[in-house]
Design a protein around this ligand. Structure first.
Ligand SMILES: [Zn+2]
Length: 98
């Protein structure tokens, strides 16, 4: 590996924003995760554009069930009560290919 390539790789790895998935606790590029924000008292909304202010949790699309089971969303958003899948607005059927 040339040093130029190594430098490119280093730059790439520090400029991609990484977030921790609340379901599996692994780090992933922000673009690969779905961001949830609190939306009112008892509902949570998908922040598709990742621009909404406030506390958010990030999840792999496939980690929703796990995050619900472990109450990671409740803890992450400091919700007053538990949350069911019906209370999550705009959860995508699948992650759009990027
Ligand atoms: Zn995950």
């Amino acid at each position: 590996m040339s040093s130029v390539w190594a430098e490119q790789l280093r730059i790439a790895s520090v400029t991609i924003p990484m977030r921790q998935c609340a379901g599996c606790r692994e780090k992933a590029p922000r673009a690969d995760l779905v961001r949830l924000v609190q939306d009112g008292k008892e509902t949570v909304r998908v922040d598709a554009a990742k621009v909404l202010p406030g506390r958010g949790v990030n999840l792999h699309h496939g980690c929703l069930d796990r995050a619900l089971r472990t109450r990671a969303i409740v803890r992450g958003l400091r919700l007053q009560s538990g949350i069911s899948p019906e209370q999550i607005l705009d959860w995508p059927d699948q992650i759009p290919a990027s």
